[in-house]
Design a protein around this ligand. Structure first.
Ligand code: CTP
Ligand code: MG
Length: 227
């Protein structure tokens, strides 16, 4: 069983409204991306971690982790899916078609080793793969404009997290075949468009994505709780 990690880290972090991409903002003594990569590297689950970085990114070469022997840098792309495909291509020749790849957002620094191992153990014999996900505690409404048109049955709705775990060859082919399709907002959606039915594995609620300014304080709180 061989697993590789792919980390899209080429976004600009528009919603964060900071002076630099959010993956380079400080959090508990390090940058966000250093936490994310350290957690992947320290889990011991991966042969290597391929990171997609924007070509104009001046921050990445400054980090020690960019020179880590198990970290491979690939050029980022226009959309997240393009960045993921680029990082997958950088593993060509190393990763076998049937090896597993776990794609994890650079902006999710609170990922635990327990979730990585739970996901791999749960899905390692699956034919397709699947994603970490969270059920919704709130009642969910289908809305048209400002008017409720229906209440959605919560048991059929899950929130997609990362890592998203798929076979190397299958994921590369799916992203290539769906290139440019705006409906591909995560890896699972690319496989779904081709008719596959990925699984969900229930993840931890502290695996948040840093998206808006208030998320940094929340991530710091979760990290303190974890230690
Ligand atoms: N990402 C990427 N390449 C892109 C766009 C996004 O590698 N062209 C990465 C981001 O760096 C992030 C992850 O995909 O780690 C999830 O994306 P998101 O949270 O949307 O980050 P940003 O696109 O940077 O933020 P925003 O949408 O607010 O601009
Ligand atoms: Mg984005």
């Amino acid at each position: 069983l061989k697993c590789w990690a792919v980390v899209p880290a080429a976004g600009v972090g528009k919603r964060m409204q900071a002076d630099r991409p959010k993956q380079y903002l400080p959090l508990a003594g390090k940058t966000v991306i250093e936490h994310t990569l350290n957690r992947l590297l320290q889990s011991g689950a991966f042969q290597a971690v391929a990171v997609a970085i924007s070509l104009e990114d001046p921050y990445w070469p400054e980090l020690d982790v960019s020179k880590h022997p198990n970290v491979i840098t690939a050029p980022g792309g226009k959309e997240r899916a393009d960045s993921v495909l680029s990082a997958l291509k950088s593993l060509q020749g190393q990763a076998a078609e049937d090896d597993w790849v776990l794609v994890h957002d650079a902006a999710r620094p609170c990922l635990t080793a327990s979730d990585i191992h739970l996901q791999i153990e749960t899905l390692k014999n699956d034919a397709v793969g699947g994603i970490l996900a969270l059920s919704s505690h709130d009642t969910l409404k289908h809305v048209d404009g400002d008017t409720i048109t229906a209440t959605i049955d919560r048991k059929h709705v899950w929130r997609a997290l990362t890592p998203q775990m798929f076979k190397y060859g299958m994921l590369r082919d799916a992203l290539q075949q769906t290139e440019g399709n705006p409906a591909v907002t995560d890896e699972a959606s690319a496989l779904e468009l081709l008719g596959f039915q990925p699984k969900i594995v229930e993840g931890r609620p502290d695996n948040i994505k840093i998206t808006r300014p208030e998320d940094l304080a929340l991530a710091q709180f979760y990290m303190e709780q974890q230690t």
